[in-house]
Design a protein around this ligand. Structure first.
Ligand code: THU
Length: 129
């Protein structure tokens, strides 16, 4: 997997963000085990609770296209520091595999990779009921 390329695709996806309220753009690029990449951006709404994060946009696009076998997701935001997925996105990523890699970066030269299980230890899943 080319982590740098995936991160660069997240940076590119960030340009599509619809963020009239926070003005904080986020992009995500999701890699499936069969080599497809789905991108996503955050989409805000005047009713703030209806906002969708970049990560979930990418995941929902993939699933609605029949793909749910995920290898990694890269996340890029307007922040110069690492942007990790929010709690809701962690739960949604975890739903599809404990070993999915989360790639965050200050730049494409400065990446950090963790598994979703490291970001959501003891997470609740379909195995728990
Ligand atoms: N946001 C994401 O898209 N992903 C994250 O992991 C963190 C937060 C978005 C939601 C909202 O549009 C903006 O960032 C500020 O919270």
């Amino acid at each position: 997997m080319d982590q740098k390329l995936l991160f660069q695709m997240a940076v590119e996806a960030r340009k599509k963000a619809y963020v009239p309220y926070s003005k904080f753009r986020v992009g995500a690029a999701l890699l499936t085990h069969n080599g497809r990449i789905y991108t996503g951006c955050n989409i805000e709404c005047a009713s703030f609770g209806a906002t969708n994060c970049a990560e979930r946009t990418a995941i929902f696009k993939a699933i609605s296209e029949g793909n749910k076998d995920f290898e990694a997701i890269a996340i890029a935001s307007d922040n110069e520091d690492y942007t990790f997925p929010c709690g809701i996105c962690r739960q949604v990523i975890f739903e599809f595999g404990k070993n999915i890699k989360i790639i965050v970066g200050k730049s494409s030269e400065n990446l950090k990779v963790m598994t979703i299980e490291e970001l959501l230890p003891n997470g609740f899943s379909k195995e728990d009921f």
